[in-house]
Ligand binder design. Structure first.
Ligand code: AMP
Length: 546
C-alpha cells in the first residue's frame, strides 16, 4: 500500500522560490571582481535567475545540457546556480586554479555548451577557447560596458546584456528529482579528473541535512560567509542551505587575503563562516598582527584538510568563535561528518573537549560509514583500530560521469559502498578521525596537487631516470610538493634547471618547492614506489626557507 502524501519531486527551483517568497528581503552581499561591494536580495536573485532560465531556453539548450562557470563567489554565480539547475540544465563549476590544459580537458569531457566566466579569468579563456569545440557561447560575468572588445573570443556576450532582454517571470519545470543538477570534477591520483554529477534529490537532501542544529545550524538569523569557493563542491552546499533557511549571504569574490576577509566579516556582521584552514590562517595572522577582535562571528566550519589544533584554540580561546571541524569530499556533495560535542562532553575539561574537536566529527544522518581492514572485514569503533573508510548514502556518488568502471565496493547484502581513499579510526561515540590518506595527492591551500603529474613532468626531463613526489608540511599552505629524483647514469641537471623545466607545463602553484637528488627510490614488490618508506627516509628534511 502506498502512502497518501503528495508526490512532489525535490527540485532546486523550490529553494529559490521559497527564499523569494519567505525571505525576499534578506541580503546577498558580494565583493565584486572590480573591488566594490554590491548589494542585492534573495528576491532579486530569484528574479534574475528566472531571466537566466529564459535566456537558456532562448539559446535552445536541451534538458541536461551543461553550462560551465569559471567564477568567484558572487551574486551572478548564485543566479546561475538557480537559473541553470532550476530550468533542468546542469551547472558545471570549473576550478579556475587548474592549468588551462586541464580546464580545456574538463570542458570537453563535460561537453559544456555555454561557459560563463569572471573577467579575472579572461586569460585562461583566451588560452583554451580554441580547444573547446562544444562551447558555442562565452558569457563574461560583467556589465555590458565592461565587455572586452579585443578578446578574440567568438560569440562573447556580457552577462548583463544576455539576461537583460528576458522576462523575470518563468514557470520552473517539474521533472524527476533524480535528474542531474550540477557537476564538479575531482583530480584523481591516477589518470584524468573525474566528474561527480549531483542530482536535485541529492542536493536537496544534503541541504536539509547540513542546516540541522548539530551540523551547520544555519538559520534566518545568520549572516553566512562561504569563503570556500563555489567552484569547489558547490561551496559545501551553502548556496542551497542558505536559501532553505533564508540566511543572509556574504560573498568574498576574489579577495581572499586575511585583511579583506576580516573586514567583510565585520562590516556584514557575519555570524557563520566556512573555509579551508589556509584561508583562516591568513586571517588569524592579520588579526594577531593588528590586535583585532570579532564583533559578531559565532562559529566557523573548517574542513578540506585537517584543522591544526592551534587554529581551533585560537578561534575558541582568543576570539570566542566555535570551530566545527568537518570532513567530506567531492564525491559526497561534500558533507560526511561534522564535529559538534554531545551533552556528556560539556562537563569535561577543556583538554578533553579539545581532543574531541580535533577529530573530524560524527556522522550526519544520511551518511553511513564503516572502516575495514585489507580483507574488507569491518573494524571496531574503538578509536584505535584504523582502516579504509567507506561510505554510503543518498548524496554519495554511485558512479563517475562517463565512468567506465564501478567505483563501489559491494557488501554481503549487495549494498554499494564508496571507498573514500582515506584511512580513519572511529571511536565508541561515533567520532571519526582521519589518520592518513591512502592516496598520495598533495593538499596545498585546500587544493589538490597530483603527485603523479609532478612525477611525470620530472621524468620527461632528459636527465631524469625516476621521480617520486611527496608532500611536506608547510606553515601556510598545509603541504607543498617536493620531488625526489634519480639522475640517469652520467647525466647532469641542477635543481634550478629542473624547476624551470616545470614552467608552462603545469599551474605555477603545482610546481614542486624543492628537488632532492637521490641514488635510488624505494620500490615495492609490484613495481610501485613505496611512498611511506620514502617519507620515512626524508623525515628530517626541511623545505628551503622554512
Ligand atoms: P575534495 O574532494 O577535494 O574535497 O577532497 C576530499 C579529501 O580531502 C578527503 O578524502 C580527505 O582526504 C581530505 N579531507 C577533507 N576534509 C578533511 C579534514 N577535515 N581532515 C583531513 N582531511 C580532510
Amino acid at each position: 500500500m502506498l502512502g497518501l502524501m503528495q508526490d512532489q519531486p525535490l527540485l532546486i527551483s523550490s529553494l529559490i522560490e521559497f527564499a523569494d517568497c519567505h525571505h525576499g528581503d534578506a541580503e546577498i552581499v558580494s565583493r565584486r571582481v572590480e573591488g566594490e561591494i554590491h548589494r542585492t536580495t534573495w528576491r532579486e536573485v530569484a528574479a534574475r535567475s528566472r531571466q537566466v532560465a529564459n535566456a537558456l531556453d532562448q539559446e535552445q539548450l536541451a534538458f541536461g545540457d551543461r553550462v560551465a562557470t569559471l567564477a568567484w563567489n558572487g551574486y551572478r554565480h548564485l543566479e546561475l546556480y538557480y537559473g541553470v539547475s532550476g530550468s533542468g540544465r546542469v551547472l558545471h563549476t570549473i576550478n579556475p586554479r587548474l592549468h588551462p590544459d586541464q580546464i580545456a580537458w574538463i570542458a570537453n569531457h563535460a561537453e559544456d555548451q555555454i561557459l560563463c566566466f569572471d573577467l579575472s579569468f579572461l586569460p585562461i579563456v583566451k588560452a583554451m577557447h580554441a580547444r573547446c569545440p562544444t562551447v558555442r557561447k562565452w558569457i563574461a560575468l560583467c556589465d555590458a560596458d565592461k565587455l572586452p572588445t579585443d578578446s578574440g573570443l567568438p560569440n562573447l556576450e556580457s552577462y548583463e546584456a544576455w539576461i537583460s532582454t528576458h522576462s523575470q517571470k518563468y514557470d520552473w519545470p517539474s521533472f524527476d528529482e533524480n535528474s542531474a543538477s550540477s557537476m564538479c570534477y575531482t583530480s584523481g591520483t591516477t589518470g584524468n579528473p573525474k566528474g561527480a554529477l549531483y542530482s536535485h534529490r541529492s542536493t536537496m537532501l544534503h541541504a536539509y541535512a547540513s542546516a540541522m542544529p548539530d551540523v551547520m545550524a544555519m538559520s534566518a538569523r545568520d549572516s553566512v560567509l562561504p569563503v570556500v569557493p563555489m567552484f569547489h563542491v558547490n561551496a559545501w552546499g551553502i548556496p542551497y542551505s542558505a536559501a532553505l533557511v533564508g540566511a543572509k549571504l556574504v560573498f568574498p569574490g576574489p579577495a581572499l587575503d586575511g585583511k579583506s576577509v576580516f573586514e567583510l566579516i565585520e562590516t556584514e556582521k557575519v555570524t557563520f563562516a566556512a573555509g579551508v584552514p589556509t584561508v583562516w590562517q591568513m586571517m588569524l595572522a592579520h588579526m594577531q598582527a593588528s590586535d583585532l577582535k570579532f564583533s559578531a562571528l559565532k562559529r566557523t566550519v573548517i574542513g578540506g584538510s585537517a584543522c591544526p589544533p592551534a587554529m581551533i584554540s585560537a578561534f575558541q580561546q582568543q576570539y570566542g568563535v566555535e570551530v566545527l571541524h568537518a570532513w567530506g569530499m567531492t564525491e559526497m556533495s561534500p558533507l560526511g561528518t561534522l564535529c559538534t560535542l554531545k551533552n556528556k562532553h560539556l562537563t569535561q575539561s577543556q583538554e578533553q573537549q579539545m581532543a574531541i574537536r580535533l577529530k573530524q566529527g560524527r556522522g550526519i544522518f544520511g551518511v553511513e560509514m564503516k572502516i575495514v581492514d585489507s580483507d574488507g572485514k569491518k573494524l571496531p569503533w574503538d578509536g584505535k583500530a584504523s582502516g579504509d573508510l567507506l561510505v554510503t548514502g543518498p548524496w554519495v556518488i554511485k558512479s563517475y560521469f562517463k565512468g567506465e568502471s564501478d567505483p563501489l565496493v559491494r557488501d554481503a547484502q549487495g549494498r554499494g559502498w564508496f571507498p573514500t581513499g582515506d584511512v580513519a579510526t572511529i571511536d565508541a561515540d561515533g567520532y571519526l578521525q582521519i589518520t592518513d590518506r591512502s592516496k598520495d595527492v598533495i593538499k596545498s591551500g585546500g587544493e589538490w596537487i597530483s603527485s603523479i603529474e609532478v612525477e611525470n613532468i620530472a621524468v620527461a626531463h632528459p636527465a631524469i631516470a625516476m621521480a617520486a613526489c611527496i608532500g611536506v608540511a608547510h606553515p601556510k599552505w598545509d603541504e607543498r610538493p617536493i620531488v625526489v629524483v634519480v639522475r640517469k647514469p652520467g647525466a647532469e641537471v641542477l635543481r634550478e634547471e629542473l624547476l624551470a623545466f616545470y614552467e608552462g607545463k603545469t599551474a605555477k602553484w603545482q610546481i614542486p618547492d624543492d628537488v632532492v637528488f637521490a641514488e635510488a627510490i624505494p620500490i615495492g614488490a609490484t613495481g610501485k614506489i613505496l611512498k611511506a618508506r620514502l617519507r620515512e627516509q626524508l623525515r628530517d628534511y626541511k623545505l628551503p626557507g622554512i
